[in-house]
Design a binder for this molecule. Structure first.
Ligand code: IMP
Ligand code: MG
Length: 179
C-alpha cells in the first residue's frame, strides 16, 4: 500500500498551542500541585513539550493501555498495560491525551481513575475528532479540533511508525489513486 503525508498542523502551530495550553493549566492550577497523567504511548511527545512550558509545581505519571481493534479503529475494549505509580486520592489530576476519536478509550480510563477518589479530574487533549464521538466526555482543554481523518506525527502512530514527526500529518492512502 502506498501512502503519503500531508501536513495539517505545522510545528510552529503546535508549539504555539502547547504554550497556550500550558499557560492556561498553570493559571487554573496555581497552588494546586496537580498530577499530570499521560496516556502512553501517543501522548509522550505532547506531554514532554507541555510540562516544559508549565510554570507551576506538578508531578507526572503515566498509564499505558492497548485499545483492541483493527489498525485505525478503537473498539472500546481496553487492556491495561501499565498503571499509575501515584496514589491520586484527593489529588488534582489532569489526564494528558494525544487524540480523542470515539472517546471509548478515554471514557474507560476516566471512569477507572474516578473510582480512586481524586479531588478533581480534568482532561487535556491535543486533538479532538468530534465527529466520531460515541460517548460524552467532558474535555477541559482542547488544542485543535480536526476532521475525521487518520493523522500521524507528534507522538501519533500508524502501526508504531511516524511518532517522531515534528508536525501532525494526514496519512493519505494511495492504493486507489495514481498520483
Ligand atoms: P478512541 O477510543 O476511539 O477515542 O481512540 C483513541 C485512541 O485511538 C487514541 O489514543 C489513539 O491511540 C488512537 N487514534 C485515534 N485516532 C487516531 C489517528 O487519527 N491517528 C493515530 N491514532 C489514532
Ligand atoms: Mg495509537
Amino acid at each position: 500500500m502506498g501512502s503519503r503525508l500531508k501536513i495539517i498542523i505545522p510545528q510552529r502551530e503546535l508549539k504555539r498551542k502547547v504554550k497556550e495550553l500550558a499557560a492556561r493549566i498553570s493559571q487554573d492550577y496555581r497552588d494546586k500541585n496537580p498530577v499530570l497523567v499521560g496516556i502512553l504511548k501517543g501522548s509522550f511527545v505532547f506531554m514532554a513539550d507541555l510540562v516544559r512550558e508549565m510554570k507551576i509545581p506538578h508531578q507526572v505519571d503515566f498509564i499505558a493501555v492497548a485499545s483492541y481493534g483493527a489498525h485505525m479503529h478503537a473498539s472500546g475494549v481496553v487492556r491495561w498495560l501499565k498503571d499509575l505509580g501515584t496514589n491520586i486520592e484527593g489529588r488534582d489530576v489532569v489526564i494528558v491525551e494525544d487524540i480523542i476519536d470515539s472517546g471509548l478509550t478515554l471514557d474507560y480510563i476516566r471512569k477507572n481513575l474516578l473510582t480512586r477518589s481524586p479531588n478533581t479530574l480534568k482532561i487535556v487533549t491535543l486533538l479532538d475528532k468530534k465527529k466520531k464521538r460515541s460517548v460524552r466526555i467532558p474535555l477541559k482543554y482542547v488544542g485543535f479540533s480536526i476532521p475525521d481523518r487518520f493523522v500521524v506525527g507528534y507522538g501519533l502512530d500508524y502501526d508504531e511508525n511516524y511518532r517522531n514527526l515534528p508536525y501532525i500529518a494526514e496519512l493519505e492512502d494511495q492504493t486507489d489513486s495514481l498520483r
